[in-house]
Design a protein around this ligand. Structure first.
Ligand SMILES: Nc1ncnc2c1ncn2[C@@H]1O[C@H](COP(=O)(O)OP(=O)(O)OP(=O)(O)O)[C@@H](O)[C@H]1O
Ligand SMILES: [Mg+2]
Length: 653
């Protein structure tokens, strides 16, 4: 019976021989010299039998067979491999769907096997039985040395293929504008089966927006090694890709494309940029708040004195009280800003975070009945070294935001979990990888768009109407978590809700420390009593010195002033024996508070020292307090607060 036959071989002699033989038998024969033209022929020609050489250019014989097997119209085609290297190739013929296999040998013998195969082809369901190669005996006539050479070359080929297959970069070979090879990384990036990639045009594999850039790459002209996507990566199935094209020497029709997935690298760069921006905003905000706080201190001191002599109803009393209220709001604002820049006032203890999360969210649930609150707490949550009050504040801010976002009701889910953070995750934040605990605060509210997410932790960034939000909520949460050497991230989709995740480092020690915090602020609520003794005030701001002098005189103390650290040492030296107490500013340009503290304590260990700063207890203050310093007062303070602090320190044994 007359059959339609396709023969694919790069050896023209064999093509000629087989065409003559088969046409002589009355069959219709078409020939191709490479895999790519075979595929293109198959779009118009539907053979009953295909003979394929294994080693052919542009898509190898084995790949070609695999592709043919995926084609619907070629389902019943009889596939025969005809190759000189069958014995050397170690191929699993069943896996690539071949029906028969013929070893190339003397033409006469080969012809016989070909005709036999055509006879067998009436049953295309018959697959090749294991290792059954027709004519293999005739191959044994070929000199041993030639066969060993073939084996070695094939081995080398396989070796190179293994390298290509194990690369992270996608490698694609394009011949006359069509893909003829793609390694597994490329297949993964394109996310289509290899058989669909082979013979496709590279442009077709990208979205419309990127097609023209691929064109540029393919028609590289005189450029040696064009690249696309370095500044603006191409997008492919959600990944960001840079593609370089390499010309192949002496093969003008061939281009190799190297595809690099830069998604993770880009994410990391973005994170790093974000961290840097937040740091910059932090120093700016911190600097402004610090200076502003000092000014408030100056105002507060003077107002305290003026109001001291007045009773309610006296002329000027209401106005002065008004000024004090403004100072209070100003101080609250600077505290929030400082907490963003530097974290809050800290008292670290070994804390069970589950306890904080459980209590705070239960309390929140009781006050906001319109939303549903769920808790999922990890049973063996690691302990954290944390300031419970600060963490609670941060959580409350997140709950309130979530509640705002769910104006029509919804669910607030708080959960905790143990987790290990990898180096790549903590790197942009300059933190140590390892054991962390994670708190998730998730809502089912309005969600946040991408633009807002980028700026959400900035101070004063708010989307609420004027007067309804300060935009300092998340900024201070950010500061608190940063101060705990933790990380806060946000994940949100508009309309789908928002999840804030907080990561806190796991504590190393597991026993509860005995002495949690030395300092406790006492509040007696009484009017300041007069005191006695000599106090040296050290500060680099004139108006603070003046305010302190006025207040201390008012309280009955003798006052010495020193503008800066150096002057402090001089004044102290001159009045060594009569000074009872120092009020010492921490940050001064000529000499830091810590150095002044050390020198003075070495001269007179019994002298009492109160640190005063606009910043909270942290860093330097913490380190001086650890050395045994007596107390800390946060600027701005009023007459009452100052009186109380001094009494507390002076009466202490
Ligand atoms: N859970 C959330 N869902 C949707 N949007 C949120 C959520 N949390 C924060 N946002 C957005 O982030 C912005 C900044 O939040 P942030 O807490 O810093 O300030 P605020 O809530 O606007 O003001 P404040 O906290 O001072 O009252 C909000 O205005 C809001 O647009
Ligand atoms: Mg808020």
């Amino acid at each position: 019976m007359k059959k339609k036959i396709m023969v694919v071989d790069d050896n023209r002699m064999i093509l000629k021989f087989l065409s003559n033989l088969l046409e002589g038998e009355g069959h219709e024969v078409k020939t191709c010299e490479d895999g790519l033209s075979a595929l293109s022929l198959l779009t118009t020609f539907e053979p009953d039998i295909v003979f394929v050489d294994l080693i052919i250019p542009k898509i190898g014989g084995d790949k070609l067979c695999q592709i043919i097997r995926t084609m619907e119209h070629m389902k019943n085609c009889y596939l025969v491999i005809i190759s000189a290297a069958v014995a050397e190739m170690d191929l699993d013929f069943r896996k690539i769907g071949v029906n028969a296999c013929i070893a190339k040998g003397p033409f006469g013998q080969m012809g016989k096997h070909v005709l036999a195969a055509i006879k067998d082809s009436s049953d295309p369901s018959k697959l090749i039985s294991e290792q059954e190669i027709l004519g293999i005996a005739s191959v044994s006539g070929i000199p041993v040395y030639a066969r060993r050479m073939t084996k070695e070359l094939l081995g080398r080929n396989r070796h190179l293929e293994t390298i290509l297959e194990s690369m992270n970069e996608g490698i694609v070979e394009v011949y006359t504008g069509r893909v003829v090879y793609a390694n597994s990384a490329a297949v993964k990036l394109f996310a289509v089966p290899l058989e669909n990639l082979l013979s496709a045009k590279p442009q077709e594999l990208f979205e419309d927006a990127f097609k023209s850039r691929i064109d540029v790459l393919m028609n590289r002209g005189s450029e040696k090694m064009p690249v696309v996507g370095l500044t603006r990566p191409l997008e492919l199935n959600g990944r960001q890709i840079v593609i370089r094209s390499f010309p192949v020497k002496a093969e003008a029709d061939t281009t190799i494309l190297l595809m690099t997935d830069v998604t993770d690298q880009r994410d990391l760069e973005y994170q790093l940029q974000h961290v840097r921006r937040m740091d910059a905003i932090g120093s700016l905000a911190g600097g402004i708040a610090h200076n502003f706080n000092n000014l408030l201190m100056g105002i507060q001191g003077n107002v305290s004195i003026l109001i001291q002599d007045k009773k309610m109803g006296d002329p000027g009393y209401d106005e002065l009280a008004g000024i004090e209220r403004c100072i209070d709001s100003g101080a609250k604002l600077t505290r929030q800003l400082l907490s963003f820049a530097k974290g809050g006032s800290y008292s670290l203890g070994l804390e069970d975070v589950n306890d904080i999360v459980e209590k705070s969210s239960s309390m929140f649930a009781r006050t906001r009945k319109e939303i549903h609150v769920e808790q999922h707490l990890e049973e063996d949550l690691v302990m954290a070294e944390a300031d419970a009050a600060q963490i609670e504040l941060a959580l409350m801010d997140l709950y309130v935001n979530a509640w705002h976002a769910m104006s029509n009701g919804g669910t607030l889910t708080v959960s905790t979990a143990n987790t290990i953070l990898e180096d790549s995750f903590v790197k942009p934040y300059n933190l140590t990888p390892g054991r962390y605990l994670r708190i998730d605060v998730a809502d089912t509210g309005a969600g946040i768009d991408e633009k807002t997410v980028e700026r959400i932790f900035e101070p004063f960034y708010t989307t609420r109407p004027m007067g309804q939000g300060t935009g300092l909520g998340l900024a201070s949460v950010f500061g608190i978590i940063k101060k705990h050497k933790g990380i806060i991230t946000v994940d949100s989709q508009v309309g789908r809700g928002t999840t804030f995740s907080i990561y806190l480092p796991a504590a190393r020690i597991l026993q509860i420390p005995k002495e949690k915090e030395k300092l406790r602020v006492i509040s007696s609520g009484k009017l300041p009593e007069k005191g006695s003794g000599t106090i040296l005030v050290v500060d680099d701001e004139e108006y603070i010195l003046n305010a302190d002098r006025a207040m201390l005189n008012e309280l009955g103390y003798e006052v010495l002033l020193a503008n800066g650290g150096k002057e402090a040492l001089r004044v102290f030296d001159e009045n060594k024996d009569r000074i009872d107490l120092l009020i010492l500013d921490l940050i001064m340009p000529d000499m830091s508070g810590e150095i002044v503290y050390d020198r003075i304590k070495s001269l007179r260990p019994d002298v009492r020292v109160i640190l005063s700063s606009g910043y909270s207890i942290e860093g330097q203050a913490e380190s001086i307090l650890k050395k045994g310093c007596d107390g800390f007062i946060q600027k701005p303070y009023n007459l009452n607060q100052l009186a109380q602090k001094i009494k507390e320190i002076l009466v202490r044994e």
